[in-house]
Design a protein around this ligand. Structure first.
Ligand code: MG
Length: 433
């Protein structure tokens, strides 16, 4: 695909993301969908992108409801009453980026096939209708209330935790502080005024960006710390001691609550297999996790990046529902003890420079098929091979001329064995190419 990545169209403003491209996307979407809802995160370029997209949408005959600044999961859920949702966001990327992500009425983001169809129409630019078919724009003021009400319906209003919340000056500001208060929590907010320059910290919710939140949890004697990325589709947390609950720990903690069927990407920890009866491994990327959840009617799916999908609320990653769910969980168990009980396995990652990575992966796949039992292999995204005490994943980088080997094992000896074997296979094939 020329324009779309796995998270929609994203890039630096006035380089990749120009008003011309945004208008073309509007025309491509508006030619096939007549009732559209649109929303933005608080980026300083939101108005430019939104105006251009709306221009293309309305010119193509679509009517548009503008939900204003809302989190991505809020917009995704509101799409329920429309043909299509358009979210203007670059998620956790820095201020100079913006992007466009498209949503289906069931709250799932556009899948690969749908993105390919939109790409085709971006290039073809379907004919415009006559002047009297041009659509109109109106405000839509219910998206936040609808999202808050549906979360309240699932969680109730009897939480009583003391929570420090860091919205990263992102779109989460519009929902999470109000929601958590209504659920019964005592809230201390950090960076919870929207500001598209992200003055407090980079909006990617990694531990190193969240030092203020960690200190605030420790200094205020709070029960938990919660952080979102720029559009609040992600959520990460600190426990009552101010210890970071990393993506793999949260993934395991959530997966444990939905024991019967869970979807995780091929690169996440084997801990999940020990906790869940039926683990479905998807391609890496939240779009693919959501696709598999739908296909298998699974009850939960997620990625260690802080992306959590609970189909009981929506097929969109929802950092806001995840926050409420985690706080509820923390009131029924001690999160510190729970995460300390989880096994922790060593991991190793390495990249090998390879120019012809596509040919290389094809040859390597043939080699693995010839050499190993098929039950041990998974080709959903690269090559994943299971061993008795661990696994390895060999996968081409999406953006660089590199192939990555990732492995995890129960102890360092097995890790070395698995890693060395995988790397040898890769280098042997490289010789032949
Ligand atoms: Mg995001």
């Amino acid at each position: 695909m020329d324009y779309f990545g796995s998270s929609g169209i994203r890039g630096i403003i006035n380089e990749k993301i120009t008003p011309e491209l945004c208008m073309k996307v509007g025309r491509a979407v508006g030619s096939e969908n007549k009732n559209i809802i649109i929303g933005t995160d608080p980026r300083t370029t939101a108005d430019m992108v939104k105006s251009a997209v709306i221009s293309g949408l309305t010119a193509s005959g679509a009517d548009v409801k503008d939900a204003g600044m809302v989190p991505t999961p809020t917009l995704a859920q509101a799409t329920n009453d429309f043909d299509c949702g358009v979210m203007i966001t670059a998620s956790h990327n820095p201020s100079e980026y913006n992007g466009i992500k498209l949503w289906n009425p069931d709250g799932s983001s556009f899948n690969t096939q749908q993105m390919l169809e939109v790409e085709k129409r971006i290039k073809d630019q379907p004919d415009l209708p006559t002047w009297d078919k041009v659509g109109y724009v109106d405000k839509y003021r219910h998206a936040v209330d609808e999202h808050v009400e549906s979360i309240k319906g699932l969680i109730g209003e009897s939480l009583n935790s003391k929570v420090v919340l860091d919205c990263a000056n992102g779109a989460g500001c519009a929902v999470t502080p109000f929601l958590l208060r209504e659920l019964g929590c005592d809230i201390i907010t950090l960076n919870s005024n929207p500001d598209g320059t992200f003055p407090a910290h980079n909006p990617e919710p990694t531990e190193s960006h969240l030092k203020d939140l960690q200190k605030a949890v420790q200094n205020t004697d709070a029960d938990i710390g919660i952080a979102h990325d720029g559009d609040a589709d992600r959520m990460v947390a600190f426990d009552e001691n101010g210890d970071f609950l990393d993506g793999d720990e949260l993934l395991a903690l959530f997966a444990k609550q939905f024991k019967d069927s869970v979807v995780v990407p091929v690169n996440s920890s084997m801990i999940i297999e020990e906790l869940v009866d039926n683990v479905i491994r998807s391609k890496v990327g939240d779009v693919f996790v959501a696709e598999e959840i739908k296909k298998h009617d699974a009850r939960f799916g997620g990625e260690p990046s802080g992306t959590w999908i609970f189909p009981e609320i929506s097929y969109a990653p929802d950092g806001i529902y995840a926050a409420a769910f985690l706080i509820e969980l923390s009131e029924s168990m001690n999160l510190t003890e729970e995460t300390e009980q989880l096994p922790s396995y060593p991991r190793k990652k390495e990249s090998v420079q390879i120019q012809k990575k596509k040919d290389m992966m094809e040859s390597l796949k043939k080699y693995y098929k010839r050499t190993y039992e098929s039950e041990r292999l998974n080709f959903v995204d690269g090559i994943r091979i299971d061993y008795e005490n661990g696994w390895a994943l060999i996968r081409a980088s999406g953006t660089e001329p590199k192939i990555r080997i990732t492995s995890e094992a129960k102890d360092d000896d097995h890790l070395d064995e698995i890693f060395v074997e995988s790397k040898k296979n890769l280098l042997d094939i490289k010789e032949d190419i």
